[in-house]
Design a protein around this ligand. Sequence first.
Ligand code: GLC
Length: 785
Amino acid sequence: MQTDHFVRFESVTDVERTDTGLLARVHGERLRIDVCRADVVRVQLSRGGVFDEQPTFAVCVDPLQATRAGDVPFRVDTGTGTESTTGGRQWRVVTDELEVRLGVAPFRVDVLRTDGSVVLQSVLGDDGRYETYRTLNDSWSTRRSRGRGDGVFGLGEKGGVFDRAGRDFTMWNTDVLNGPATEQFRAGLAADDPRADVTSTEFDPYYVTIPFFYHQSNPSGAMSGSFVDNGHRGHYDFSRSDDIRIGFEGGQWTEYVFAGPDMPGILEAYTWLTGRAGLPPLWALGYHQCRWHAYTQDEVEQLGARHREAGFPVDALWLDIDYMDGYRVFTWDEQRFPDPAGMLERLDAQGLKVISIVDPGVKHDPGYAVYDDGLERDVFCRTEGGDVYIGQVWPGDTVFPDFATEAARSWWGELNARHVESGLAGIWNDMNEPATGVIPPERMRFEHGRVSHERFHNQYALLMAMGTVEGLQAARPDLRTFVLSRSGFAGIQRYAANWMGDNQARWDHLALAVTMGSGLGVSGQPFVGADIGGFQGDSNAELFLRWMQLGALTPFCRNHSETDNVEQYAWAFGTRVFDLAREAVQLRYRLMPYLYSAFVRASETGEPVQRPLAFDHQYDPAAVAVDDQFLLGRDLLVAPVILPGETARQVYLPEGHWYDWHTGEVHEGGRYVIAPTPMERIPLFARAGAVVPMWPTAPASTAGYQPETIELHVFEPVVPGRHESVVVEDDGLTVASATGARLTTTVTVTCVEGAVEVGVDVVTTGDGYAEHRRQGFDVVRHRPA
Ligand code: GLC
């Protein structure tokens, strides 16, 4: 971001204490520093003297409520006699875990932990003056220090390696494969710059914007967090070794600073602010079969039947845009789908759910009920002059619901509710960046043309998902909802899962699914997965199989490919590949109780389901540097094959002991091992001490499957210690689980020095639920050979 002529704010006056922190004047604006929790503070600077109290829809709690109620103790130093290192006065806001220092002249903001370690430190610009805040014509920027070798993680859906240090990023939801929309991000780049190519794994920006990142200090390993609550186009520049530059092209500086120092604690705090994913319906964790293809109703039913006949587990079939009548949302092509309700009923009887795509764009087509109704209710986006904005999407001329308004969201919710009355189980939201084809989106304004496009662009998908979910909940209050979204903003996890958009059927994109999925995981979105097999371009036997083996162990597991590609069904690459792909998916189904329990934890703490090694092992630099492995839940380590022809790969095992899932061999962690990678499987390891709950068999789908036993695979510790694992069982469908209709089993594994046997203690609590059939647990012990 070009900041050459930005005006610098250099001194603070009129500092006063408020009941939540400090209020001050800075160059005619007002500055607030507020305590949210002992480990979270908020810095906010007004525009035109006014604070924007709800800059976006990301934050879903009143962050100052506890402080206002006096529940977060803090004190303020009046500044009398306190001198900052640069000689100016400073004010201090001190909680039990951190301290904010507000330098008055020059204006600077620093945050320290109680032990004196740095959370955030202002830094001098090239001219030797602080750049705490600079602004010009709606844009603003801030700069802070970064130590050599410091890591940067998060920012949601970003390409390249997991550590963002050394690169810069734009925050602008983008339809990646759309030439006109990406032109501005490619322009001016050298031809050999990977970002000049939208299919490169380095391309930026992607579909989802999450302005939240972690900064890890080297060599201590401590992390701090930053969430800038601003939906305008943003810029994060980590390319220099000594500073971090953050800039936004509009909106206010509203930043939440997280003291850490541990990644899980920061994520817990971030998801306290922006919310957590609700419990998914269990079927959403099954295998999903999707393809952009003009199916007929019979073909869809045959597809389900073929999976069943072949014994390939599947929970859901997906309908892409061709099920509609001329791409008109909320319609069916009556030629190809003469009886949707009948089809859905028959599929449901076989345990098959169906999800249909719903894009935001409504065909500009007088006479089409949805268009006419929306126009009459005045719920479409308008231009500044008052015209209804028109873009170009699948149906041609397309108008867009003004999701920034409550009226449009609830209208959309009602449309969705009516749409699923046919028996659809979930909704797939695409093109919601919003994608407008060859027509630039900027003329699309919100709130009846009054509010700029920039304010809501990045929030469009979040608001669409909000309307969709509220509508589905109103229509089916007992049921959990499932929405899959391509785009999103901070907080999207409350409403929808994300897939990573249009990837390529290439090995580098298989590898990208690991870093991108883990990046989303630490950014608050636990329900993620990439198109298995690759979306664009033809997949092939080896790539497809390796991708199925990886995808079967990611939170969201969906095979999807673009229209006109070679077939990518489980059987498309011959019997051998089919058998091995089935084994991979069957393993997923057997692991369902483990996977589900990881989702329950995500709903309670924000903890990711797919996570980088850094999440649980941040003080181990070797673990932090790993880009081609991840942890599934707390205790399974997945090391996918990311290259063709590989017969073995290096795997880094973090501290502790690890059981090779396939051979039972135990390895001491804190080292690299070589794991064989025959086509049959990818390396998978279980943490010693863990208890992995498994279904005894892999059912055809999760529907109605209530086994009489659940296996508890105890991976016995080899050194003394105590380990706790939790298994949650509920009906997997309704919201009753949240109010107690569940069983929670805590398994404690204790290894005592000199004892003959490892202790396994199983305690189950809870009200249970009607469908429950389990008689007991089957404890399966795994011991070192
Ligand atoms: C977009 C989506 C893709 C979908 C296609 C047609 O490219 O990302 O998943 O298949 O549109 O709807």
